[in-house]
Design a binder for this molecule. Structure first.
Ligand code: S3P
Length: 173
């Protein structure tokens, strides 16, 4: 199985992805890391500055495409992965299960409000609009949702594993 973590910036996709991959003893892939390698840029802010968001989204699509044949792994994504449906189509290929890590706006601000590596968090008003707009998209694409506000990373990981086993039994695969 392939587990894909989605959610807004600061929802813990990278941290939880690492923990989950360790626990399940499978490789972790991170779409931001892959696209950075492909772009040959030093950082995400540099891609936004020199090439703009549209180019960033194209790199992101290419990163998802490059992962479509990977099996038995955990994939952590960038918060904007849901902006292009094709990303989810690629990631879901061959039994991918999508987990939405739901996080309140307050928690997002606390965790990444001052981030220097997230161009789309600079303007808080615009970021809140993005947050509101994307909630429906995360829900729409997710097979399972987990509220990450008041529970520890270890508990979230256990919950993900429990939920996936449960739905596997129910669905019979
Ligand atoms: C983005 C989220 C970032 C990164 C880029 C754009 C977004 O990833 O992909 O800055 O559009 O929400 P994280 O969600 O890991 O911060």
């Amino acid at each position: 199985m392939k587990i894909i973590l989605i959610g807004f910036m600061g929802s813990g996709k990278s941290t939880l992805g690492k923990l989950l991959a360790q626990k399940l003893k499978v490789p972790l892939h991170d779409t931001d890391q892959i696209l950075l390698e492909v772009s040959k840029r030093k950082s995400i802010p540099e891609i936004f500055e020199k090439e703009g968001e549209t180019a960033f989204r194209e790199y992101e699509i290419a990163a998802c495409r490059s992962l479509r044949n990977n099996q038995n792994c955990v994939i952590s994504t960038g918060g904007g992965i849901v902006v292009n449906k094709i990303n989810l189509d690629y990631l879901k290929e061959q039994n991918g299960r999508i987990i939405f890590l739901k996080t309140s706006w307050k928690t997002v601000l606390k965790r990444v409000g001052n981030s220097k590596v997230r161009p789309l968090m600079k303007d808080k008003h615009a970021a809140k609009k993005l947050y509101d707009f994307r909630q429906n998209l995360y829900e729409y694409y997710a097979d399972t949702m987990i509220d990450t506000n008041d529970i520890s990373p270890a508990e979230i990981v256990n919950e993900i594993i429990t939920k996936l086993n449960y739905s596997r039994e129910v669905r019979g695969h």
